[in-house]
Write a protein that binds this ligand. Structure first.
Ligand SMILES: [Zn+2]
Length: 138
């Protein structure tokens, strides 16, 4: 899943607020290298730590889990919502009409930003990355 620009900017700002700016790779290549290293080593270390992608992945995984817990139909929507921002999807789901089809939902959301209660996850995810960094830095 891919964050919309407003939610991505809010996530960057939240990482900045917890003081982890210096750990965010300064290029897409370095971010890819950090991710490759995490996969290769099977874990995150202080050398491949990327709080921005870490927070992004935590939100995407938690949204997948929330959709799964909500039932098969919601999980199916999550699975096909590849181009949709997970936070926009969550914010939309809290006010979704029962009759809406997955096709309608995706058409409503694609390329749009929707603020709502799930925006709180941004600060929680940034705080989670700070806790992670504290563990890694010991
Ligand atoms: Zn969004």
């Amino acid at each position: 899943m891919r964050f919309c620009q407003p939610h991505w900017d809010e996530l960057r700002q939240a990482i900045h607020k917890v003081g982890l700016d210096a750990w965010v790779p300064d290029s897409g290549e370095k971010a890819m290298a950090a991710m490759a290293s995490q996969i290769e080593q099977g874990t995150t270390t202080i050398d491949n730590f990327d709080p921005l992608m870490g927070a992004h992945n935590a939100i995407a995984i938690n949204m997948g889990e929330a959709c799964r817990n909500n039932g098969d139909a919601t999980l199916a929507l999550f699975m096909i919502a590849e181009p949709i921002c997970p936070l926009c999807l969550g914010n939309y789901m809290v006010s979704i009409p029962q009759s809406a089809t997955n096709h309608q939902i995706l058409a409503d959301l694609e390329g749009k930003h929707l603020a709502g209660p799930f925006d709180e996850w941004i600060e929680t995810a940034a705080q989670g990355q700070l806790d992670r960094w504290k563990n890694l830095a010991q």
